[in-house]
Write a protein that binds this ligand. Structure first.
Ligand SMILES: [Mg+2]
Length: 199
C-alpha cells in the first residue's frame, strides 16, 4: 500500500554541520576544535561579542549562496531508495523564510534550497520528485501543507513542528535527534534508524 511520507529539509535531509564550522573559521573565529556540529557552534558563537549577529550572518551564507557546500546526511539516499522501491510517496515540506535576515544581496533561500536538491541528483535519480517539494514561510503553513498532502508519517529534527497547534494527531511523528524529547514521539538518531523505522 502506498504510504505518504513527509520529510523536513533543513537539518533533516541536509546537513550543515561542516559548512557552518568552515564559514565561522573563514569569518575569522577561532572555533575550538572540540565543536563538531551546528548547534554546538551556535551556542559557542552566541556568547562571543556580537555573536548573535555573527550567527545570523553565517546562516544567511549557509542557507543561501554557500548551500552547495552542505551535504546530505549519511544514509539519506539509501532510505529514499528503499522507500521508492516500496512505492511510498515522498514529500519534502520545509519551513523556510524566503530571505535571510542578515543578507543584503537578496538571495532567495527557497531557490537556493531547490538548487541544492537539483545538484544532489536526488531528482535525476528519481529519489525525490521536484513537484513534491514545498517550502512554506511559516510553521503553521508547513503544518497545513503536511495535513493537506495526507502524510501519514513525518520526519523532522524540530519538536516544535510536532507540537504546532494544528499538527494532525493521526500522523506518526519521527523526531530526528540525539535524544527523545517528548513522550509519544519516536526518536531516531540517524538515517539508519529512520530506515529501520520505515521498514
Ligand atoms: Mg529542520
Amino acid at each position: 500500500m502506498t504510504r505518504r511520507i513527509g520529510i523536513d529539509f533543513d537539518n533533516t535531509l541536509i546537513c550543515y554541520d561542516r559548512l557552518f564550522l568552515l564559514l565561522a573559521r573563514e569569518a575569522g573565529y577561532e572555533v575550538p576544535t572540540k565543536l563538531r556540529d551546528k548547534t554546538a557552534l551556535r551556542d559557542w558563537l552566541r556568547v562571543q561579542p556580537e555573536g548573535e549577529l555573527a550567527w545570523q550572518r553565517l546562516q544567511a551564507q549557509a542557507y543561501g549562496p554557500q548551500i552547495g557546500a552542505a551535504t546530505l546526511f549519511n544514509g539519506v539516499e539509501e532510505v529514499l531508495a528503499a522507500c521508492q522501491k516500496r512505492g511510498d510517496q515522498l514529500y519534502v515540506v520545509s519551513h523556510k523564510s524566503r530571505f535571510a535576515a542578515q543578507d543584503r544581496e537578496g538571495v532567495n533561500l527557497h531557490q537556493a534550497a531547490r538548487k541544492f536538491l537539483v545538484r544532489s541528483s536526488l531528482f535525476e535519480r528519481r529519489l525525490l520528485n521536484p513537484d513534491q517539494v514545498f517550502f512554506e514561510e511559516s510553521r503553521a503553513e508547513k503544518v497545513r501543507r503536511i495535513a493537506s498532502l495526507g502524510c501519514e508519517l513525518f520526519i523532522d529534527d524540530l519538536p516544535e513542528t510536532f507540537t504546532e497547534r494544528d499538527f494532525p494527531t493521526s500522523i506518526r511523528r519521527i523526531l530526528f535527534a540525539a535524544q527523545p524529547l517528548l513522550p509519544g514521539i519516536e526518536c531516531c538518531r540517524n538515517w539508519q534508524e529512520i530506515g529501520q523505522a520505515l521498514e
